[in-house]
Design a protein around this ligand. Structure first.
Ligand SMILES: [Zn+2]
Length: 257
């Protein structure tokens, strides 16, 4: 059974928290990208992959031992990301950032759709598909010109300088989170007075711990997700619904009253 839709009062209350907030942090997960056609490759039942497969294939050790296995697995996902467009959730968050004050987006997504929608100050906890790095000379390249031929003909992208394999700058299983991103995420979390968790089931540590850190620093918390999360009991407002429908309604109220 579907949960009842968010009432007008709930939406008004959420908008009021946005209006009053001086510094907002929005923490986004796979649920913000699924309305753009990008599957949640980490969770069960996404249709394209079994649960265990990504853990193995999208791992640093497979990338090092058998890069062609990684690239075979990665190709359909890269293709979906390459074609994806921001949805109303991305657009509304970008509008709010543009219209208002201090606002940071911390995302677990690698698709760059927040930036495509116009958002600035996006902290990418799991890296990004928008650049590739050479595994031998460490030079960084924009993905654009390498990704298309890879998606079309499956050829593994190689470094024009040294012929080393180019690795997408996404964080694979078994790989450390980027230190600078984690520090930026924590700083923003400790300084915010409102955190919105959107489209994340908060199952992947350490990012899943950020809402508790925000609460401990006195911030309000709103959770919008289509399944329940462990922080729901401590949130000011919980809306169990599709982020692409709900976020635009809240932001519209917050900006225009
Ligand atoms: Zn190189």
């Amino acid at each position: 059974m579907n949960p009842p839709p968010a009432t007008q009062t709930t939406l008004d209350d959420a908008a009021e928290l946005f209006r009053k907030a001086k510094r907002v942090v929005v923490l986004t997960g796979a649920g913000v990208s699924t309305p753009s056609g990008i599957p949640d490759f980490r969770s069960e039942g996404s249709g394209l992959w079994s649960r265990d497969e990504p853990m193995e294939v999208a791992s640093l050790s497979i990338f090092r031992r058998a890069p062609e296995r990684f690239f075979n697995w990665f190709r359909p996902l890269a293709s979906q990301i390459f074609d994806a467009q921001p949805n109303p959730a991305h657009t509304a968050l970008a509008e709010f950032q543009f219209a208002s004050r201090q606002n940071t987006i911390i995302t677990q997504n690698i698709d760059g759709l927040h930036q495509k929608a116009g958002s600035k100050h996006v902290v990418e906890m799991h890296g990004t598909l928008s650049t590739l790095s050479c595994t031998q000379c460490y030079k960084k390249f924009p993905s654009k010109e390498y990704l298309k031929p890879f998606i079309e003909n499956g050829l593994i992208p190689l470094c024009p300088n040294c012929n080393g394999i180019l690795k997408p700058d996404v964080i694979l299983f078994g790989e450390q989170l980027p230190q600078s991103a984690w520090q930026a995420a924590q700083r923003a979390t400790h300084q915010c007075d409102l955190m919105l968790v959107a489209g994340s089931s908060l199952e992947v540590l350490p990012v899943a711990g950020l809402p508790i850190q925000a609460l401990d620093h006195g911030a309000h918390l709103i959770v919008i997700n289509n399944t329940t999360t462990y922080v729901n009991v401590r949130a000011d407002i919980v809306i169990t619904d599709n982020v692409a429908t709900i976020i635009p309604k809240i932001i519209k109220r917050a900006i225009h009253g």
